[in-house]
Ligand binder design. Sequence first.
Ligand code: SF4
Ligand code: SF4
Ligand code: FES
Length: 525
Amino acid sequence: MPTLEIDGQQLTVADGTNLIQAAEQLGIEIPHYCYHPGLSVAGNCRMCLVEIEKMPKLQIACNTRAGEGMVVRTQSERVKQVRAGVLEFLLLNHPIDCPICDQAGECKLQDYYMDHDRQPSRMPLAEKLRKGKALDVGRLIMLDQERCILCTRCVRFLDEVTKTRELGIFQRGTQNRIDIFPGQRVDNPYSGNIVDICPVGALTNKEFRFQARVWYLDHTASVCTACATGCNIDVHHRRGQVFRFRPRENEAVNKYWMCDEGRGSFRRLHSERRLLKPMIREGGEWVGAAAEAAQGLLVRALHEVRDRYGAHCIGALVSAQASNEEAYLFARLFREGFAGSRLAGLSWSPAQASRDDFLIDADKNPNTAGLRALGLSPDAPAILRAAEAGELKALVLWRADLAPSQGQEWLDQVAEKLDFVAVIDTDGHATAEIADVLLPIATVVETTGTFTNRTRRVQLARRAFVPPAQALEGWELLSHLGRRAAGWKLYPSAEAVFSELARNTPAFAALDYAAIGVHGAELAA
Ligand code: SF4
Ligand code: SF4
Ligand code: FES
């Protein structure tokens, strides 16, 4: 645990901490390009040079470990002069096409030039070296070789993290350029990460480029719900539209990375089949209904089935797409309001679902472990068999499209045997077609809730913006249904639902939103 001094401030850091990390702990940014905490140290950009007392030459901070008694200066005249020199060198052949560069606003070349250089180029534009522009090098990736500063972050990511090695540095001297190896493309399942770590506009994402200027986007901390790993993400959005997901650092879950499948899952949020208002079926036709009327119809229909046939003729399935808060309230609604009904959690993934031994999990649900911890029976198949056998009269489905697992024919047959089907979801999917009542709810980015990942880590996804039209947040809708069916008081927030859940569920007892924080917390054994 060395104690050192940086810019006149003393601090003690863990053994092995480099000077960039040590300075960060004091809120001091040492500018850097090639260093990335998730990759090996390359030490090639020289942007991080600092002055260390008793050392005659400036040292690169990324490859210098904090030592006992070290005195470091990051702002001396010598350091400032060298930084300006390094920047001039890096910009020598740069095309300065910032106005049409998609990295503008999050480009370290722009930022550091403004902070540390600000001198006009001594190289006339016409004499600058020309290299490849807008090269299509992968499913998601466009490469601009002229903007590249040869930091090798992308190369090291592909060497060290995915080990797929599609990119390399070719040619010599000033002709050096990043390129794909012959016959290769950057199409591995984690390719999007190289765009995130490229400090300049050399690598851009085909799906995001030219869609929005980054300074117009708001950021909300969330969790990817495309599989059970629950990678931490930031949702970048504007006026109710999500533009991209980016990985958010969490050493215990995803480190700095996410997969392309999860990255692209934001597209599902903007479905053409989005449900925007409650619908009820009247004489075989769908008609729009007021929220009160549709909720009232659902509760009345279930009461009728219970009174006429018994509660065991009601099936209630909550999918592992639901948050802990939703699953808890759904279970409470059926346990209290319709005691004796058949309640289960549904966690279905396609048989050929992608998986690997890094992040991608074959379970494509974000909350399978949460449903289990909440005591929800995983026996949805038994309930579906009961529906098929005509033993059920009513079926209520929460975020559960049965078509992919059961098939359309099965749905049509079962629809014949049921008196009443309620679908509560974001989209008008195939299962919604057989419903008598459709209640629209918020997508994961429109509501606050927690998910329990495959290692039983509970993580918080915050609401980025309010749901559109008449869609309600899931916990809010369940709160209204509980009031109608069982006389509940309305819950004021998702956090209040979680507090109650934690009081009533031993595995969650030690948790609240503060304890979960931005990096999550594990369930008790
Ligand atoms: S493409 Fe980007 S990440 Fe790769 S070497 Fe060039 S600047 Fe670095
Ligand atoms: S590994 Fe899973 S949780 Fe992580 S980004 Fe991919 S789909 Fe999302
Ligand atoms: S960040 Fe230290 S040399 Fe590049």
